[in-house]
Ligand binder design. Structure first.
Ligand code: ZN
Length: 63
């Protein structure tokens, strides 16, 4: 179980500077970023990645 906020600076909110769910890089300057959304228990879940490769890596790791 990882803490999704642990790698963020204290004065930057997760909404302002999201980090790649796979490699942890800041997405502030990621032109190829990908967002994956789905609905679970009536709530929208969202994961963001710096590019397709990271999205694919996380997806593969969950199978
Ligand atoms: Zn990444």
């Amino acid at each position: 179980m990882k803490d999704p906020t642990s790698d963020l600076g204290e004065d930057i909110s997760p909404d302002e500077a999201p980090a790649c769910e796979w490699c942890g890089d800041s997405l502030a300057n990621a032109p190829n970023r990908r967002t994956r959304t789905w609905v679970e228990d009536g709530e929208v879940q969202r994961l963001q990645f710096c590019d397709d490769a990271c999205l694919r890596s996380l997806r593969d790791s969950q199978e």
